[in-house]
Structure formats: C-alpha cells, structure tokens
Design a protein around this ligand. Structure first.
Ligand SMILES: Cc1cc2nc3c(=O)[nH]c(=O)nc-3n(C[C@H](O)[C@H](O)[C@H](O)COP(=O)(O)O)c2cc1C
Length: 207
C-alpha cells in the first residue's frame, strides 16, 4: 500500500484510539446526496429579490411536518408569510425602536433580509420545543436541496411578541396555548458564507 493511502487510515485509527469522533460526514459518505446537502447548508442573510415559488414553500413545510415528533402529537403551528406588506410593515415598526439596524447598508428587513418567513410556534408549556426543532431541521435541509437558503431566527421573536407588534402577531392566528418559538427566513441566496468551525471533540463514541 502506498504511503499516501495509508496516512488517512493511520489518522483515523489514532482518532478512534483517542476516543474522538471520526473526521466527519465528508469522509464517511462524500457521495451521498443527503449528506452533501446537510454539509453544504449555511445560514443565509443576503437574498436575491426573486420571490420563493409557493410550491417550493409547500414542499418545505411538508418536509417539516414529516419530522419525527413525540407520540405523533405534532406540537407545532407553522405560518408561512410571503406578503411583502407584512414583512415591510413589521420591519418599519421594528426600525422605530431599533433605528441603528438601518446603518447596515445591506439591511432590507428584520428577518435577516429574507423574502419569505416561516414562523414556528410551540405549546406555551415548553413541551414541543424538541419537536419544533426537528421540524425546522427538516425544513432547512429541504430548502437547501431545492436551491434555497435559510436562516433560523430567534432574534426577532422578542419584538414579534412585544406590544408594538401585537397586530402582526394576531395576524398569524395562533391558537390559544401556543407561542412563537422561532422563525426561519427563506429565499434565494445572494451570498455563499464559509462554514463556521464545528467542534468534533464534543462527540464521543462509547464502543
Ligand atoms: C435557534 C436558532 C436561533 C438563531 N437565531 C438567529 C438570529 O436571530 N439571527 C441570525 O442571524 N442567526 C440566527 N441563527 C443562525 C445561527 O447563527 C447559525 O446557525 C450558526 O451561527 C451556525 O452557522 P451556520 O448555520 O451557517 O452553520 C439561529 C440559529 C438557531 C438554530
């Protein structure tokens, strides 16, 4: 065996001996489309003006609600907002309280500039948060596979729940007992950010 082919094996062996996670999904299944899609996804904060076709949003939410969830209780509410008047209107209110946001020359709206926003609400008792996270995980990967970019958004939720935004929250028509948990901005990416480093040391195999 040539030295070149031996080196990765030796390194892999060393990592396993040390109890560390193997080098990563890239090495395990580089030619697998789902793995490639997961590894290619990055949070997108700059989007093209092009609106997201309705059928793609429908596919994304369909993938979301097919996520695993405890006892199939589906403890979520999902609202897909594509109405520019909604996004611009609430952003205008947001800017009244956060005028400095406008200093960013790329600022288009308070949802990291996305032209479509998926709001995810969970039961107020906190019981559905894991399920809602899995729902969103499916959605961002589905979006990526369809050529769309996404950004999970916890930041805007505080403002969405504030008195100033009450009319906009009401328009989402959430049932009693549910509250907004997070949002996901969706659109055609206008940037290609590099992957942020991940700490593989947080993973251990107990063999
Ligand atoms: C629950 C949650 C909330 C987040 N909230 C925000 C947010 O308010 N604004 C933002 O720009 N990014 C937000 N992000 C995106 C993270 O910053 C991003 O996922 C992380 O830095 C890793 O980068 P990557 O998604 O490109 O791999 C959020 C992500 C998650 C999962």
């Amino acid at each position: 065996m040539k030295k070149k082919t031996l080196l990765p094996l030796l390194l892999g062996g060393l990592l396993l001996v040390a109890g560390a996670a193997p080098a990563g999904a890239q090495s395990a299944a580089a030619d697998n489309e789902v793995v490639r899609t997961i590894m290619a996804r990055r949070s997108i904060r700059q989007y093209k003006a092009q609106p997201v076709p309705r059928e793609l949003l429908e596919t994304i939410v369909e993938c979301g609600i097919n996520a695993p969830n405890g006892l199939n209780k589906q403890p979520w509410q999902v609202r897909v907002v594509t109405d520019p008047a909604y996004i611009e209107g609430i952003t205008a209110l947001y800017l009244e309280q956060n005028p400095r946001a406008k200093e960013d020359k790329n600022f288009k709206n308070m949802f990291r500039n996305a032209p479509a926003v998926i709001f995810i609400a969970s039961p107020k008792d906190g019981s559905g948060q894991i399920d809602c996270g899995l729902l969103g995980g499916n959605m961002v990967i589905a979006a990526q596979s369809l050529g769309l970019g996404t950004c999970c958004l916890g930041g805007p939720i505080g403002f969405m729940k504030s008195e100033a935004a009450a009319d906009y929250l009401k328009r989402l028509g959430l049932p009693a007992g549910y509250e907004l948990l997070y949002a996901i901005g969706v659109g055609y990416p206008d940037e290609s950010p590099a992957a942020k480093p991940r700490d593989a040391q947080k993973v251990r195999f107990i063999d």
